[in-house]
Design a protein around this ligand. Structure first.
Ligand code: MOS
Length: 705
């Protein structure tokens, strides 16, 4: 036995939160010691390979399984005729029904190309793949429609996780009374989030308990969905996901986990299902294309009288998912007449899903580009225009802002970027064959917290163990929580070991909505603080340690209603070659007000990563859907262009002091805001360089010419 050396009786170390720390699991990751879901060894492991539909709409008329079952190593073929039944009659995450896409093999209908029609299970992955490719599936094909055209007779409002429509004031009257009007349509293409680590799950039954080793954004989320789907007691399901190689919104419950559970149940042995890169293009979700109509009306001094933001996105025929692009206008700017609407058109395509900054990323492109056009029409500097339209309450909610330091972001960002010297006239600066321009845009993303539980244990050797069902999808969450726990305990981070990614650690928020670290840190702080209070000097610590468990449900529920968001100002400088249409981003600066920054090293990575994705969004990313087949052309990372090193110039991200007074650590959230406004800043810079507005992303060379 030893005695506690924590607490106020000993000199507390300097705070860890706010100091740069490399990832605690970094060495494991770069040496290969960190194992990912698709590579963890299991005795007696079988491998499943998904067979996806080759038609975009119709019915399965026959599946010739006999020949495949005779192939070497093949153990089973699961399809709609023999697969275990699952139920989608429940309310899932965010209070919305689940996407039935994950309920595989329940019927013979095919609602899009790349729909899972069978799982071939074999002794090895190679045998499963060979047999899957040999499986003959016959279809009755029906005509399909995959063409997104924006406005469409079937477009209808869908609430999703926010109201579809908000309206106040007389839009036409205010537009008629305006001195300057912008009335434009903006489009963004279908975009895919393909994390480096493909989706992978291994399911097995262990003494009456279902265990799934998985790559996901939240173990609690996945057990909840699997328990509902398979009508199991959540306590009889365990999900582990120690290391996750990226998520971006795509790693919830999808076809592969469900297929793996079905096969493990039928075969009573461990079964692994891994998605291929190509399969991810139809099974991992994606961002819908959007068509957005923005109308702004302002007085001569730039004050907004009218703001209308209407967005249309697509969804599948089996589930309604809305990309809520008009939502960002409800936070950013007020106007006497203020109308927003999110609508969807169902097509014969896979269901889109959350993709980094869902809504805000495409929405900020349209709104912030329109603001830039209004600034030009009013003859007002684009930053000044935004400052003149800073609302003091939520434009739609009427709620006070719990911190809105957007003006400070613009002031500090403008100073560092050198904005004051800018000549607002377009098309004037040349450097050899290049036309140069600069642009700016505002960014915001909701800053929320969700109830979570954590346990913190004091061990006799003076170390502390933290357990929470958090997910580190590459963000550095594990490291951030180590620093948070160290400060709450009053010990150096070297004495804290954080374990995450196990649903047995209790319910916790997912790594999503930019809410993970804040939600988990709150729970860790609560448990660690209580433990620290208990450990007065001289407390005997038994061999099993002293453990405190927290649950933040009540504390988070007691937060007063407010508009809670992180904010930021994006700046970009571009060079455009008018002969080739090539656009090069030369430098970017993002200045953020995003709460207290836990780990400057990994936080900077988060912001910069989002901004680089903004370069991709502005210039490169575009999934092209083939009308004839209904699938994505070039469904891989060669055909789907993303920014590479050569496309990424000096990208700087920094932040201003902005601790959230309503959070025990001062955290807001940084996960998604880096991409918000980034594409608009680049598009606005391209206008400044060339004098041409680009309202359709990506700004490809052929569009520039
Ligand atoms: Mo994020 S799109 O909430 O994973």
């Amino acid at each position: 036995m030893t005695t506690a050396t924590t607490g106020t009786r000993t000199a507390a170390p300097a705070p860890s939160v706010g100091t740069a720390h490399t990832r605690v699991e970094g060495r494991d990751k770069v040496t290969g010691a960190a194992r990912y879901a698709g590579e963890i060894p299991f005795a007696d492991l079988a491998h499943g390979w998904l067979v996806l539909s080759t038609i975009a709409r119709g019915r399965i008329s026959a599946i010739e399984t006999e020949a495949v079952l005779a192939m070497p190593g093949v153990l089973a073929v699961l399809d709609h005729r023999n697969a275990p039944r699952v139920s989608t009659d429940y309310v899932g995450l965010l209070g919305i029904p689940p996407d039935p896409t994950c309920a595989v093999f329940q019927h013979d209908r095919v609602p899009h190309l790349g729909w899972p029609v069978a799982l071939v299970v074999a002794e090895t992955s190679e045998q499963a793949r060979e047999a899957a490719e040999a499986l003959l599936v016959h279809y009755e094909q029906q005509p399909h429609d995959v063409e997104f055209t924006g406005e469409h007779p079937d477009a209808h409002p869908v609430d999703g996780h926010m109201p579809a429509v908000t309206e106040k004031g007389d839009l036409d009257a205010e537009l008629a009374a305006s001195d300057a009007v912008v009335d434009e349509e903006y489009t963004t293409p279908e975009e895919h989030h393909n994390p480096m680590e493909p989706h992978a799950a291994t399911a097995h039954w262990d003494g009456g308990r279902l265990e799934v080793v998985d790559s996901n954004q939240g173990a609690t989320w996945v057990i909840g969905e699997l328990a509902n789907l398979f009508s199991l007691d959540p306590a009889s399901v365990r999900v582990r996901s120690e290391h996750v190689g990226g998520g971006f919104g795509s790693k919830g419950v999808r076809a592969h986990q469900v297929a793996a559970v079905m096969a493990a149940t039928v075969l009573q042995r461990p079964v692994r299902v891994v998605l291929t890169r190509r399969q991810m293009f139809s099974l991992a979700g994606y961002r819908s294309p959007t068509t957005q109509h923005v109308r702004l009306g302002a007085d001569a001094d730039g004050r907004l009288r009218a703001l209308e933001h209407r967005s249309v996105s697509l969804t599948s025929t089996v589930h309604e998912f809305v990309e809520p692009s008009a939502g960002v206008a409800r936070v950013m700017y007020d106007a006497d007449a203020h109308h927003t609407a999110n609508r969807v058109v169902p097509l014969d395509v896979p269901t889109p899903t959350f993709m980094r900054a869902p809504g805000e990323a495409p929405g900020s492109f349209a709104l912030e580009a329109a603001l830039d056009e209004l600034a030009e029409k009013c003859g007002i500097d684009p930053i000044e225009l935004r400052l003149r339209n800073e609302p003091d309450r939520g434009p739609v909610s009427g709620l006070p802002f719990a911190g809105r330091n957007l003006a400070a972001c613009f002031e500090e960002g403008a100073r560092r970027f050198g904005w004051a010297d800018r000549d607002p006239r377009p098309g004037l600066r040349r450097e050899g064959r290049w036309l140069l321009g600069t642009g700016t845009a505002a960014a915001s993303f909701p800053a929320g917290a969700a109830p979570s539980t954590a346990t913190v244990t004091a061990h006799p050797d003076g170390t502390f163990g933290v357990r929470i069902a958090a997910a580190d999808i590459g963000t550095g969450a594990r490291t951030a929580l180590t620093l948070v726990a160290a400060d709450a305990l009053g010990v150096p981070p070297e004495r804290v070991r954080v374990r995450i990614g196990d649903s047995d650690f209790g319910p916790a928020m997912i790594a999503g909505g930019s809410m993970g670290t804040r939600s988990w840190a709150w729970a860790v702080t609560a448990a660690a603080g209580e433990l620290r209070d208990r450990l007065v000097l001289g407390t005997d610590i038994p061999p099993e340690g002293i453990t405190v468990r927290s649950d933040t449900t009540a504390a988070i529920g007691a937060l007063a209603p407010a508009e809670r968001h992180s904010f930021g100002a994006q700046f970009a400088e571009v060079a455009v070659d008018p002969a080739t249409g090539e656009v090069r981003v030369r430098r970017m600066l993002g200045m953020f007000a995003a709460g207290r920054i836990v780990n400057p090293l990994t936080a900077r990575n988060q912001f910069v990563g989002g901004m680089i994705w903004g370069i991709s969004m502005a210039l490169h990313e575009e999934a092209v859907r083939d009308r004839a087949s209904g699938g994505v052309v070039g469904a891989d990372l060669a055909g789907y262009h993303v920014a590479t090193n050569a496309d990424v110039p000096r990208v700087e991200a920094d932040w201003i002091e902005d601790p959230d007074p309503n959070d025990p650590v001062g955290i807001k959230g940084i996960g998604e805001i880096g991409i918000v406004g980034a594409a608009a800043a680049i598009a606005n810079a391209v206008w400044h360089a060339t004098g041409t507005r680009h309202r359709n992303l990506p700004i490809r060379p052929d569009r520039v010419l």
